[in-house]
Design a binder for this molecule. Structure first.
Ligand SMILES: Cc1ncc(COP(=O)(O)O)c(C=O)c1O
Length: 351
């Protein structure tokens, strides 16, 4: 793979004690172009601006998909990539739905290895640090005809991150706007899904909520997910989470938490969840916990859920499932506890 190293590393000038999520980028990036019906040779370059034609299709039709994944450094200074195969499969599911050619496995995997080996200093071993990895593909053909592009660009950029403290999580149930609909693209990471969520989220923010809880697009009766998290409830001692559908993104953290919960002997159900059911559970004091799961937050407790004028406050329980699952997940990711499900892969060290 062609590798051009940066002549001026930003490593020394980066303040690792102040890393607002996703705002600082490491020294290098990977890029690979699709032209004449095939993916070309990937290349690693210094991170920097790229040039794009004003007529590029992505700018007009949003034909673009992305991934979000993390690497962690263990106490032996080895970089561990968490469940990279799942992100690889998901970016290609997204690509297929957006009529984008799939990325060959060797380009994705070797690209990650080369990039992370080169920028491994950006992944700190200290507690709470990780390297957030953002692979993405966009339509780069020039032309404003509303049709699929013929050329694409695949890139990977990485961003050092510290413990994600989302602060209080006061959520509001969205009963008007919709994130995803039946037959749509909600089950994949299409860039436009996020663009469409910003306006309803901004309105919720103005009313003092950090995020909305998306409900089904037909009746707004069933709970789907929240922000960039899958959502979970503990009713009594049972965990429930919405079953996957074409309007819910199948989170890799969700799948990991499902496996961990079962491993811990916790009863888990994946099924449709009525908003009313959560209200009932709250009223009968059976709603013990609510939390979200996602790559950025791992497991994040929810403090309150508002439905119309009613706010359900969820107080912390002593034997929190969320806390236990979070600690176990983070322990595996960081290489501190046994990787019982073989989720990690080491990034080979190259000199
Ligand atoms: C809409 C949405 N739901 C859920 C998730 C959680 O997925 P994961 O656990 O793979 O990060 C994300 C983040 O990728 C997301 O964007």
């Amino acid at each position: 793979m062609k590798i051009t190293k940066t002549s001026i590393s930003k490593l020394e000038s980066t303040d690792f004690s102040n890393l607002p999520f996703g705002t600082v980028f490491s020294d290098h990036m990977l890029t690979c172009n699709f032209k004449h019906g095939k993916w070309g040779d990937p290349e690693v370059l210094p991170y920097g601006p790229i040039s794009i034609a004003p007529g590029a299709k992505v700018l007009h039709y949003g034909q673009s998909v992305f991934e979000g994944m993390k690497a962690f450094k263990n106490s032996n200074n080895e970089v561990l990539l968490f469940r990279k195969e799942e992100n690889y499969k998901r970016i290609n599911r997204s690509a297929v739905r957006l009529s984008i050619p799939e990325i060959p496995e060797d380009i994705f995997m070797n690209g990650l290895d080369e990039l992370l080996s080169l920028d491994n200093e950006w992944c700190k071993a200290d507690e709470g640090y990780s390297l957030y990895i953002r692979p993405f593909i966009f339509a780069s053909s020039e032309g404003v005809k509303a049709s699929a592009s013929e050329e694409y660009t695949f890139m990977i950029i990485t961003s050092p991150s510290t413990k994600y403290y989302a602060g209080e999580m006061n959520l509001v149930v969205e009963d008007h706007y919709t994130r995803a609909s039946k037959g749509g693209v909600g089950f994949v990471k299409a860039a436009g899904n996020y663009a469409a969520s910003f306006y309803p989220t901004k309105k919720a923010n103005a009313n003092g909520f950090q995020q909305v809880i998306w409900t089904d697009s037909v009746e707004h009766k069933y709970i789907e997910e929240s922000g960039t998290m899958n959502i979970w409830f503990r009713i009594g001692d049972k965990l429930i989470t919405p079953e996957l559908s074409d309007s819910i993104l199948g989170g890799i953290t969700r799948d990991s938490v499902l496996q961990l919960a079962k491993y811990n002997g916790i009863e888990v159900e994946e099924r449709r969840i009525l908003v009313d059911e959560i209200v009932e559970a709250y009223k009968s004091s059976n709603l013990k916990e609510a939390f979200g799961t996602g790559t950025a937050v791992t497991v994040n407790p929810i403090d309150s859920i508002t439905l119309g004028d009613d706010k359900m406050r969820i107080t912390t329980v002593v034997d929190s499932f969320a806390l236990k699952l979070k600690q176990q997940l983070q322990g595996i990711q960081k290489g501190k506890t046994e990787d019982i499900f073989s989720w990690n892969s080491k990034v080979p060290v190259k000199v």
